[in-house]
Ligand binder design. Structure first.
Ligand SMILES: Cc1cc2nc3c(=O)[nH]c(=O)nc-3n(C[C@H](O)[C@H](O)[C@H](O)COP(=O)(O)OP(=O)(O)OC[C@H]3O[C@@H](n4cnc5c(N)ncnc54)[C@H](O)[C@@H]3O)c2cc1C
Length: 325
């Protein structure tokens, strides 16, 4: 590796490559194409060598296997990453804005004395000059940040770059684990999955999503009737779930489910970045929101700037009438 390279930390979810990894590779490829250098993926875990071939968007994939790296615990990962970064000296290190990436970013930055930028959505690299667009206050504001000292650690918001699965040399290097791997103060215990029983919103073709604009629990019935008329199911933004109006299995977004239905009808949802993260790849997004400046309209294909209490029942009636024709 040279000091011109762009490094990506690959993430695993249930022993599979997590989708954020491909977005990080998309960003890294764009940087390497514009400013030169190789894209190098670090793949750490208990048994990861067999997965290295899936990171063909990287020029080089460095795997480090050790039982202490099975499941994510910050300290063993930190020690291995520190070793890799000291020997590989990339210009930019990309982590996902995920539990793993956020846990590691500042620790790694402190260890190798590198600047850390979080909430990154766009990166531009010219020589030693890195310019980053970073989201602040859950996306309500953006900051353009000039990073004048490299290497830099950039924590990328999911959805910022298109996934890349190929385009690199895909050369795999298996490295022995040379770093000390103490158990650390925080250790991975187990994954906790949502209770079975409710419908799986990730498998629905049509979702009617309710947000705080629904105002009260009784009004969710409006969404349920509309979902039934459309042949879909109801899901929600986080405030609705936090109120206990719907179960956590129905929450869409950063701390909920990621969905990609054929149609996502958002009722009274502002479209905060954390919500968009879970639904922005839906094939068709239709928003009903009385605020024409609501961010949901930035990604909606169609929208109606009206009171949802007026429109939802009319839509349901019209759909039912069409079915009866
Ligand atoms: C770490 C973290 C994780 C998070 N994870 C998630 C997550 O997984 N999912 C998630 O959704 N959020 C998540 N959030 C919260 C997120 O930031 C927003 O606060 C949340 O998405 C807002 O929900 P909302 O759009 O329902 O409510 P609001 O932002 O309050 O928006 C309500 C909207 O309804 C509209 N409205 C009001 N009345 C009507 C009406 N009568 N007719 C039509 N429109 C109306 C308003 O114009 C407004 O735009 C997370 C936040 C953090 C910090």
């Amino acid at each position: 590796m040279s000091a011109r390279d762009i490094a990506v930390l690959a993430e695993l979810h249930q022993e599979k490559i997590a989708p954020i990894t491909y977005e990080l590779l998309g960003c890294a490829r764009a940087l390497a194409e514009a400013a030169g250098g190789d894209v190098v993926a670090f793949l750490l875990g208990g048994h990861v060598e067999a997965l290295a071939g899936q990171l063909a968007a990287a020029d080089r994939i460095i795997t480090v296997e050790d039982p202490a790296l099975a499941g994510f615990s910050p300290e063993p990962y930190l020690n291995v990453l520190e070793n890799l970064l000291q020997t590989e000296t990339p210009r930019v290190v990309l982590l996902g804005s995920t539990t793993i990436g956020l846990d590691l970013a500042s620790l790694v930055g402190a260890r190798i004395q590198a600047p850390v930028v979080t909430g990154c959505t766009r990166l531009q690299l010219a020589g030693e000059q890195l310019t980053v667009l970073s989201h602040l206050y859950a996306g309500k504001m953006c900051a353009e940040v000039e990073v004048t000292r490299l290497p830099a650690i950039c924590v990328m918001l999911p959805g910022s770059y298109r996934e890349r699965k190929e385009g690199g040399r895909g050369q795999v290097e298996v490295r022995p684990c040379e770093a000390p791997l103490p158990a650390g103060a925080v250790t991975f215990e187990k994954m906790i999955f949502p209770e079975a029983g409710d419908i799986d919103i990730t498998q629905q073709d049509i979702l009617v999503a309710v947000g705080r604009g629904i105002k009260q629990q009784e009004n969710i019935e409006l969404a349920e009737e509309l979902a039934e008329a459309l042949g879909g199911a109801v899901c929600a933004s986080r405030p609705v779930v936090d109120q206990g109006w719907l179960p956590t299995t129905r929450q869409v977004g950063k701390s909920g489910m990621t969905v990609k239905p054929k149609c996502y009808l958002a009722l009274g949802i502002s479209g905060a970045p954390e919500h968009q993260e879970g639904m922005k790849n839906s094939h068709l997004i239709v928003a009903i929101n009385s605020d024409p400046k609501a961010p949901i309209y930035d990604i909606a294909h169609y929208g109606a700037v009206v009171d949802l209490m007026d429109l939802a029942p009319v839509l349901t009636e019209k759909l039912k009438a069409r079915k009866n024709v």
